[in-house]
Design a binder for this molecule. Structure first.
Ligand SMILES: NC(=O)c1ccc[n+]([C@@H]2O[C@H](COP(=O)([O-])OP(=O)(O)OC[C@H]3O[C@@H](n4cnc5c(N)ncnc54)[C@H](OP(=O)(O)O)[C@@H]3O)[C@@H](O)[C@H]2O)c1
Length: 317
């Protein structure tokens, strides 16, 4: 059987790297568009056997550059996303709303089979967050301009390869006192990256009638519970300090001055809202792809890198 051609934007990120392996192993031919083939290509090309992957360096925002690849694609997957804005072009609006609109129009024009657009969970409630507004506009654009679009809304996606659990373990390792925003009460449904890519694989390989699918892990955890699990996993004790909102805002403003901020005021706004299934849309469970991996058990598998003494040390050594 001839495998389908999957064109992936943002394929060098956490979800993309995991997805490429899954697709190529299942006989799909994958083309990854990246801005940085020289820095990211080396790793990506080890994720598939020769002949199953093409890595193309191109400006994803240049319609003329990407059109020839869309013409050849059966399925297009958009994984491009940012957590903070930088400069005049890397804005939430450009990346989360305008780019998906251009992609949806090209997919429509070239009559491809399906566009999978990865958005984010909880964005319709977070009406005062610029990130959420842009993601929601992106969804509207995609659905408006290409009727064979499917939107996936994941909660936090974690793995050994993430910027979430690994960053928090580094910070928990180094800071004696750890700030808690909103008393650590915000709820999340972390989904393991391989569970997330199972959902993407499933919606590509099977027909699904849903237009929006919320992708959640098997458990609801508060921010404080997540931190407590990570601390337990690295065998450390730390003091959690609840930050009043005005202090949190000041620290976020200071962080924003850094080239890669740990927290921005917009992320602080987003953190106010629970990141759990809304019950208004289908979920990965309702379409038959429930998440299998539990946060504590999965984190245990790689947290030794942050533990004193490394993999073979006992937690209290
Ligand atoms: N990870 C999560 O916890 C999570 C949760 C909810 C939603 N999502 C969404 O899921 C999607 C994929 O997530 P991910 O964690 O795999 O993403 P990621 O690792 O942060 O980034 C994905 C890719 O986007 C491209 N990209 C980043 N900034 C860009 C820019 N300014 N211009 C053009 N391309 C840019 C990069 O590709 P190149 O450098 O190769 O061009 C990058 O590898 C994103 O839309 C994200 O918002 C993720």
């Amino acid at each position: 059987m001839k495998g389908k051609n999957c064109l992936i934007f943002g394929g060098t990120g956490q979800i993309g790297r995991n997805l490429i392996r899954k697709l190529a192993k299942s006989n799909y031919k994958v083309t990854v568009i990246t801005r940085n083939a020289h820095t990211k290509g080396n790793f990506i090309k080890t994720q598939a056997n020769a002949g199953y992957i093409d890595i193309i360096e191109a400006n994803p925002f240049d319609e003329n550059e990407i059109r020839p690849f869309i013409e050849k694609a059966d399925i297009c997957i958009n994984l491009i996303g940012i957590l903070f804005e930088k400069g005049k072009k890397n804005t939430f609006n450009n990346i989360h709303a305008n780019f998906p609109m251009m992609l949806a129009k090209l997919c429509h024009y070239n009559k491809i089979q399906q566009l999978i657009h990865v958005s984010a969970l909880g964005i319709d409630k977070a009406t005062d967050s610029q990130y959420a507004i842009s993601k929601l506009n992106g969804e509207k654009n995609v659905l408006k301009y290409f009727n064979k679009s499917l939107i996936l809304r994941p909660s936090i996606v974690y793995s050994v390869d993430d910027n979430f659990s690994t960053t928090f373990m580094t910070l928990l390792n180094r800071l004696p006192i750890f700030p808690l925003y909103y008393n650590g009460n915000t709820k999340f449904t972390p989904i393991h990256c391989s569970d997330m890519t199972d959902v993407i694989y499933n919606v590509i390989s099977k027909n699904t009638n849903s237009k929006i699918i919320e992708c959640v892990g098997p458990e609801i955890l508060s921010f404080k519970q997540i931190l407590t699990i990570l601390l337990g996993s690295i065998g450390k004790k730390r003091f959690f300090l609840p930050f009043p909102l005005f202090v949190a805002k000041i620290t976020a403003k200071i962080f924003e001055l850094m080239p890669n901020p740990l927290l921005t005021t917009d992320q602080l706004t987003l953190l106010k809202y629970d990141n759990i299934a809304s019950k208004n849309y289908a979920t990965n469970s309702s379409i038959g792809v429930p998440a299998k991996k539990h946060f504590r058990l999965e984190v245990e598998k790689y947290s030794y890198m942050w533990r004193d003494g490394g993999q073979f040390a006992k937690k209290n050594d």
